[in-house]
Design a protein around this ligand. Structure first.
Ligand code: HEM
Length: 489
């Protein structure tokens, strides 16, 4: 990589005064103590102490890049979203990839889902699609999310990720069997961020110009081909190059080899949702492609690295509640919980004015009456009133909801998600297992046994084995044998 040298200028303090000496701090005499009046030293040390913001509570370790999305196929029959409204239309994007469980500095080549968080800077505001490289998830109710994450991250006493906690949570969460099968299978450790697919995972709502509603699932298929690592390769790379995915993405884009993905959607007319054999709003389930085939939408290309990782990647903020006209949430409870969680995390992690940072700011003019707070820059200007309605030409509401209303019925209460005819926690996990080649099955079984055999309690092991048995008797038997062999061997 060629690195142009910045032009030399005078080194200054933060308030712009020239710095005389950046090698020696001021002291009382040559060997004496420091002087309080050396404000340059104090400023430098104080700023250094404040270089970090809280890391993301999940998905702390990540990499990002800018690019664009171009529509290749007409989907205007399904959505009125302007950025999808015309073949050839291009929209600027920023994508952040991540691992989930480890803290900042964790290895890129871990067996872990990967985040795939995409921001479209559309003419009608930012649209954030905050997905993963897996089409499903471990749980289906947001109330379980903090417990789930606690079980996967470091234990408060041992300070380590503990197989006991990881598998204990799964023992009590049979709905995780599908995603556990996915994670422990051949695609559980992507070779790089470029060589994996991205999924919206949830079901979203699209509304067309006539107000008709469709439910959609997003699939970004990598044009680099899917490439993955074995457990052994992942473990070795984690040790020798913990930044492997970051290096790969950075260098590929710097070399002009721009990674791309083709976006497809599965589209379900709204009136088919109630009678579909799977609850279409259950995040632990896929819609088989035979039921709802993939329809191509466009192409995503990443072609520019951020200039500063902290400013543009660490401070990037994606929120599933950032919708644009024509796109909205489905009743998926997990998604509904996420509509709250992210913007709240951003206010804590980055502050209330995080949308004014360049990476987060909409390219469309933002015009509202939110004001002040930490680090406000008052982009509204001198004459904008800070209340609505006003008589001074302030911004006004459109009266047009972003998406169409959905019917609801029933009583308030803590309900389980509705079960459709084919819904159980194991059928689709078994289908995924049965789809695998013999070689893939063998590696899946070895990966599961490698983790499960480290669990100290027999009852936790038994509960997990029961889930694999329920998914497919052959699957369960093989995992059971492999676990026993490792524990007794
Ligand atoms: C109710 C369930 C969930 C909750 C409460 C939740 C909460 C969070 C929170 C608080 C963050 C940190 C945000 C930040 O500090 O900027 C985060 C990050 C993230 N989550 Fe979730 N999450 C949930 C489920 C999911 C699911 C199902 C997916 C994928 C389908 C997902 C994908 C991501 C991604 C990709 C990031 C990183 C975004 C970035 O790169 O900045 N999460 N999540």
């Amino acid at each position: 990589m060629t690195q142009p040298q910045p032009t030399a200028g005078t080194l200054t303090t933060e308030s712009g005064a020239p710095v005389a000496d950046n090698q020696n701090s001021a002291t009382a005499g040559a060997g004496g103590p420091l002087l309080l009046q050396d404000q340059y030293l104090l400023e430098k040390l104080a700023r250094f102490n404040r270089e970090r913001v809280p890391e993301r509570v999940v998905h702390a370790r990540g990499s990002g890049a800018y690019g664009h999305f171009e529509v290749t196929d007409d989907v205007s029959a399904y959505t009125g979203a302007h950025f999808l409204g015309e073949v050839g239309r291009r929209t600027e994007t920023f994508l952040r990839f991540s691992t989930v469980a480890d803290s900042l500095g964790g290895p890129d080549a871990a067996r872990d889902p990967r985040g795939f968080a995409l921001k479209f800077y559309t003419e009608e505001g930012n649209y954030d699609l905050v997905g993963n490289n897996t089409p499903v998830f471990f749980i289906k109710d947001p109330l379980k999310f903090p417990d789930f994450i606690h079980s996967q991250k470091r234990d408060p006493f041992t300070g380590r990720q503990e197989p006991d906690n990881v598998w204990d949570f799964w023992a009590h969460s049979p709905e995780a069997t599908h995603q556990v099968t996915w994670l422990m299978g051949g695609r559980g450790i992507p070779a790089s961020y470029r060589h994996m697919n991205g999924y919206g995972s949830h079901t979203y709502q699209w509304t067309n110009a006539s107000g008709e509603t469709f439910f959609v699932k997003y699939h970004f298929k990598t044009n680099q081909g899917v490439r993955c690592l074995s457990s052994e390769q992942g473990a070795e790379l984690s040790g020798t190059d913990p930044n492997s995915h970051q290096t790969d993405l950075l260098q590929s884009i710097e070399r002009g080899v721009y990674p791309s993905w083709t976006l497809y959607v599965q589209v379900m007319p709204a009136d088919e949702a109630a009678d579909y054999r799977f609850n279409p709003f259950d995040l632990t389930k896929v819609w088989p492609h035979a039921d709802y085939p993939l329809q191509r939408v466009g192409r995503l290309v990443l072609d520019r690295n951020p200039d500063n990782v902290f400013a543009e990647v660490e401070q990037s903020a994606f929120s599933p509640n950032n919708f644009v006209p024509g796109i909205g949430p489905s009743p998926d409870k997990m998604l509904q919980g996420r509509l709250f969680a992210y913007a709240d995390a951003h206010r804590y992690r980055l502050g209330v004015n995080h949308t004014q940072l360049a990476v987060n700011a909409p390219r469309a003019a933002a015009s509202n009456h939110g004001r002040d707070g930490l680090m406000a820059v008052n982009p509204q200007g001198r004459y904008a009133r800070n209340y609505e309605p006003n008589s001074y030409g302030g911004p006004v509401e459109t009266g047009r909801p972003l998406s169409a209303p959905l019917p609801v019925s029933g009583w308030t209460g803590t309900h389980q998600a509705p079960q459709h005819t084919k819904d159980d926690d194991f059928f689709q996990a078994g289908e995924l297992y049965r789809l695998m080649s013999e070689d893939e099955k063998a590696r899946l079984v070895a990966n599961i046994a490698g983790g499960l055999s480290q669990v100290s309690r027999e009852d936790v092991i038994e509960k997990n084995l029961a889930h694999f048995h329920a998914a497919d008797p052959h699957y369960g038997k093989r995992v059971e044998e492999a676990v026993r062999e490792l524990r007794e061997g």
